[in-house]
Ligand binder design. Structure first.
Ligand code: IVH
Length: 669
């Protein structure tokens, strides 16, 4: 075969395979047998092996996964990926429609009604008729390049007729059948089950090994052509028809709706269908159909005004309370938890629910064996609503809080209605402290979650936080444990090594100092910049830091004067853990704004109010929303109204933006 022949055949095979893919995964009908499909795929693989130059990254052979990455590249969105405002009932839908009509001066508005797929927001970029890359929503401004995983979703076209550049957004999700099969398999292998389809989809898309995504049977619906106008569309529903023509899968429950009565009828229609769709939806999205009106309707800080999400009301189900067991958190706090007969509620299987504390159980009169009501608002933790008293048989057993910690046997202490195990050496507290230290918002040690910490602790490889950094000494023993391999232990050790570089605020938060949450960690880190600086601070000095109250000052002081803790810190340092603050915004106690409470009002020119707030808070000021006696300074721009008047009346210092900027410039210069 000459290279020219090969090129021609690769093109033919690609077109054929893509067409069959489209028929099967988008149209749900297939005109070719599996065997024939596999034969063509093999032929293509062989040619690509002989002529590696002909293998494109979007080739059908590349869609089975296999690429393993070390991280996802960050990609800024050309246009922000916004979220949607929510409405919850008929009145709110009517009010939203009225606002749109008022803003547009129209009697009736035409909308597009669509299902709100419960998955993972995604943006795809196409150019010159070919898929370029896929980016997650991220924080709306910057997402991650997950192309390697997204191309394993067979319903997504790699080639399209449209040659101009365009961006299309939609939702990647896991169909219920895929989730059930996946969980069935995980049950057999003893892996933890995914609580719902969305978590499973997110876990698959965020996996660095693309063969995982490929095995997960994900799908996607596309609902927004970002640059529709450039492509010549002025009507949203028509831009979705265009996406259909280009080979994308759009959701065909979508409907053009004329006026608010249609919106309400559509809600009823979709609510009735919800359970039979085969995938989870958490609501309905309404969009103004005429795209040319979008500029006029505009945007709020995070949401377009031309679209809204109607969210389904929380669902309530009943199940049985099989047992109650206690867990001990890292602070020693005791939480009773419900063991439930597994039940599906609002799209996920639930078999555990928190019962908060002894009083919660007493107030609801929950008894072991009761049939109970369980409810879950979308995205929210399942909550036990109460017993179904009429279903009682008399065999139910009231819950009695034990006198001693179920883990270490230490007597429990009740403080303000909550029980605590005050034994600092309680195993459960130690395990929870290690989990907290490694957690995402603290030292972010990937792979060191609850289960792993429990195993490593149980096997005696770690007893406390510093032991994390000596784990490499046990690598060969850990490798012998069930479910561990060279690969998994090495990636855990890499993540541990990497965590040594974290900035001080994460370390402060991770150490589990009482009263030091994430925010306080930042405040302290910016002010003192090195962990060792805290060793000699008095409570008075700590109290001088804005946002640090007497309780926090005392807790921080105590922590750094506890010999055991200091020993742990020495070990962390010896093992190479960074003690320094690595951030860029540091507070200057001499700055004009340091420690002051500031209110912004009116229009600011150089920065938006949000940006200015961030700058001021970054240097140790506090920004408040309204003027009171506690306000130190009001920064007022043109158009300032009642806040300015009030500040004048109270005799508060008022400055314009320029003066504020000059104070800031002095700080930087
Ligand atoms: S439109 C500017 N349509 O819901 C338009 N979003 O809560 C933005 N979603 O971030 C989105 N189905 O991830 C739109 N038919 C649909 C949707 C949908 C699901 C997701 C999307 C969005 C989130 C907002």
């Amino acid at each position: 075969m000459t290279i020219e022949e090969a090129r021609t055949r690769v093109k033919e095979l690609t077109e054929l395979l893509e067409r069959y893919n489209y028929e099967y995964y988008v149209l749900n009908q297939s005109s070719v047998s599996d065997a024939e499909f596999d034969r063509l795929m093999n032929e293509l693989k062989l040619i690509e092996a002989d002529f590696p130059g002909l293998k494109s990254k979007n080739s059908p052979t590349q869609r089975v996964g296999g690429a393993v990455q070390s991280e996802f590249k960050k990609i800024p969105h050309k246009r922000l990926m916004l979220s949607l405002g929510n409405v919850y009932n008929e009145d709110e839908v009517r009010a939203w429609d009225k606002r749109i009509r008022d803003l547009l001066g129209q009697d009736e508005v035409t909308y597009s009604g669509e299902l709100k797929i419960d998955g993972l927001g995604m943006s795809l970029i196409y150019d010159r008729g070919e898929f370029q890359y896929a980016v997650t929503r991220g924080d709306g401004e910057v997402g991650e390049d997950v192309s390697a995983n997204v191309i394993t979703i067979n319903s997504i076209p790699m080639h399209v007729k449209e040659t101009r550049p365009f961006e299309v957004r939609g939702e990647v999700f896991m169909p219920n059948a895929s989730l059930e099969a996946l969980n069935e398999k995980r049950m057999q292998t003893g892996e933890p089950l995914f609580a719902n389809a969305r978590n499973a989809a997110a876990g698959s898309i965020r996996n660095l090994d693309s063969s995982v995504a490929a095995s997960r049977k994900l799908d996607a619906y596309w609902y927004y052509l970002v640059n529709a106008r450039e492509i010549g569309h002025t009507i949203h529903s028509e831009s979705l028809d265009f996406l259909d023509e280009q080979g994308f899968k759009t959701n065909h429950e979508r409907k053009v709706l004329y006026g608010v009565e249609d919106l309400l009828a559509y809600i009823d229609e979709c609510t009735a269908k919800r359970e039979t769709l085969g995938y989870d939806i958490d609501g309905i999205v309404f969009k103004v159909n005429d795209i040319t009106l979008y500029d006029k309707l505009g945007y709020t800080a995070k949401e377009p005004r031309w679209a809204i999400a109607y969210k389904f009301p929380p669902t309530e189900v009943t199940t049985r309370l099989v047992d109650i067991f206690l867990t001990i958190g890292r602070t020693g706090r005791v939480t009773p938890n419900a063991v439930l007969e597994p039940v599906r509620v609002a799209g996920s299987m639930v078999q555990r629910a928190t019962l908060n504390n002894e009083d919660f159980i007493a107030e609801k009169d929950l008894r072991i064996g009761d049939v109970i009501g369980l409810h879950k608002a979308a995205d929210v933790i399942p909550e036990v609503t109460g017993p179904i008293v009429s279903a009682r048989t008399g065999d139910e057993v009231p819950f009695i809080m034990p006198d001693n910690c179920p883990i270490c046997g230490n007597p429990l202490t009740k403080v303000k209605g909550l029980h605590y195990c005050l034994n600092k050496d309680c195993e459960s507290r130690k395990i929870e402290s290690i989990i907290h230290f490694a957690s995402r918002n603290a030292m972010d040690i990937d792979g060191m979650g609850e289960k792993v910490v429990e195993v490593l602790f149980g096997e005696g490889f770690i007893h406390d936080i510093p032991d994390i950094y000596r784990l490499q000494d046990h690598a060969s023993d850990i490798k012998r444990l069930d479910g561990w391999s060279d690969k998994s232990i090495n990636s855990l050790l890499d993540a541990i090594e990497e965590s040594k570089k974290q900035s001080l605020e994460r370390l402060l938060f991770g150490l589990g100092i009482k009263e030091v949450g994430e925010k306080m960690g930042k405040v302290l880190a910016k002010r003192y910049k090195n962990l060792e600086d805290f060793y000699n601070l008095s409570e008075e000095e700590l109290l001088k830091i804005p946002d640090v109250g007497p309780v926090a000052a005392h807790c921080v002081y105590e922590f750094f004067h506890d010999e055991k803790k200091l020993n742990e810190l020495t070990l962390l340092k010896l093992n190479g853990v960074n003690f320094e603050y690595l951030g860029t915004d540091t507070v200057d106690v001499n700055s004009y704004f340091y420690g002051k409470t500031i209110v912004l009002t009116g229009t600011l020119v150089k920065y938006s109010r949000d940006e200015m707030t961030e700058i001021l808070e970054g240097i140790g000021a506090k920004c408040a929303g309204s003027v009171s006696k506690k306000t130190d300074i009001v920064i007022a721009g043109p158009g300032a109204g009642s806040k300015l008047t009030k500040a004048e009346a109270l005799g508060i210092e008022i400055m314009d933006e320029e003066t504020a900027l000059s104070h800031l410039a002095r700080l930087n210069g």
